[in-house]
Design a protein around this ligand. Structure first.
Ligand code: ATP
Ligand code: MG
Ligand code: FE
Length: 344
């Protein structure tokens, strides 16, 4: 099926077009620069930017794919989770297209779409697989038996998301927003063993209750204390060393727990998705440690890890292929849609 997917859950206006597992277009307009001076995404600014970018981004995607809108078999749209006002813009646009073209609409879960996108790069998803979903708002370990029907959460962060930790630590180190890519970049010049930062929820007594859960707020505080102590002593802060040491602590815990979860379920395929999956150290570490255990790792290319419309089209295409019932035309946007409810 030829599916057009719309993504507006945060600050990216994404329109993707796929045919089956083949990516035809992935147009993204981001309002990130408008938010940078506030140090975080401003919901009202994001909604307005989506409104302005929506039609041109749809046109750009159709041009790139070389298709006319009437050729599309179905419209897919992120209907949650995300910023309420931002989601509404995408859902309204998708409904208008579906109604105008007389085509079915599929509301899809943004988090499941972060997983499904990998099929555009590596073919049909291995199911069941273990998914490590690490993004700006979520950090979860999920057992995926059918990406169009449901995922089973094995664990999640009990405080900050991994991406949130990257962004907060970047800010502390004076790096621009969003900080993840900047930490990734400066860490390449630094030493990952410069500071031995804490690995949250890995102590034996934590493992009893939180074997597959994450905690990153203690790590963020540890970095803040370390930086403050240096500044108080009037010494310079070695930004790339701190960034590399912080990144190592995050990746170590993510990979360790993901591989433990896969092994505990007897699953041999680990899929990593979400914006933090773009991180070069996380990708390398996962590959290296998984290969020792005979576990296969799949991570989409960095451009497909951060928010985009292709991921929505990918999941929509799977919904069509697997005969899922389309959503009603009065499909609501749900800002707090849980990861477990893939079907709208
Ligand atoms: P969610 O998917 O939970 O709704 P979101 O959609 O806002 O959140 P994504 O676009 O999936 O988030 O991911 C954005 C996050 O990924 C940001 O926190 C950003 O710093 C982080 N990120 C992006 N690239 C990298 C990288 N190379 N290294 C580490 N973090 C990164
Ligand atoms: Mg973004
Ligand atoms: Fe996302």
């Amino acid at each position: 099926p030829l599916v057009l997917g719309i993504e507006t859950s945060c600050d990216e206006t994404g329109v993707g077009i796929v045919r089956g597992h083949t990516l035809l277009a992935d147009a993204v307009a981001s309002s990130v620069e408008e938010h940078a001076r506030f140090g975080g995404v401003v919901p009202e600014v994001a909604s307005r930017a989506h409104l302005e970018a929506m039609v041109p981004t749809i046109e750009r995607a159709c041009d790139t794919a070389g298709i006319a809108l009437r050729d599309v078999d179905a419209i897919a749209v992120t209907n949650g989770p995300g910023l309420a006002g931002a989601l509404l813009v995408g859902v309204a646009a998708a409904k208008a297209l579906a109604l105008g073209l007389g085509k079915p609409i599929y509301g899809v879960n943004h988090l499941a779409a972060h997983i499904a996108v990998d099929q555009l790069e590596h073919g049909a998803l291995p199911e069941p697989c273990l998914a490590l979903l690490v993004s700006g708002g979520h950090s979860s370990l999920l057992k995926v038996t059918d990406v169009t029907a449901g995922v089973e959460p094995l664990g999640a962060t009990i405080d900050d998301a991994a991406g949130e930790a990257f962004d907060k630590v970047a800010r502390l180190l004076g790096l621009p927003f969003p900080g993840g890519p900047h930490i990734d970049r400066v860490a390449r010049e630094g030493s990952s063993v410069y500071v031995d930062f804490p690995r949250g929820l890995t102590a034996r007594r934590d493992l009893e209750r939180h074997r597959f859960d994450f905690s990153f707020s203690g790590l963020k505080t540890a970095v803040a204390r370390w930086v403050e102590a240096r500044e108080r002593a009037g010494e310079p802060v070695p930004v790339s060393d701190v960034a590399a040491s912080f990144q190592e602590a995050v990746c170590d815990v993510l990979v360790r727990k993901a591989l433990d979860a896969a092994a505990s379920q007897g699953i041999e395929d680990l899929l990593i998705g979400g914006g933090v999956a773009a991180n070069s150290r996380l990708r390398a570490m996962a590959e290296e440690r998984a290969s020792r255990l005979g576990i296969r790792v799949r991570v989409p290319r960095p451009g497909l890890c951060t928010d985009n419309g292709a991921m929505v089209a990918a999941l929509g295409s799977e919904m069509v292929a697997r005969g899922r019932t389309p959503s009603p035309l009065d499909l609501p946007a749900d800002s707090s849609l849980p990861v477990t409810s893939v079907l709208a």
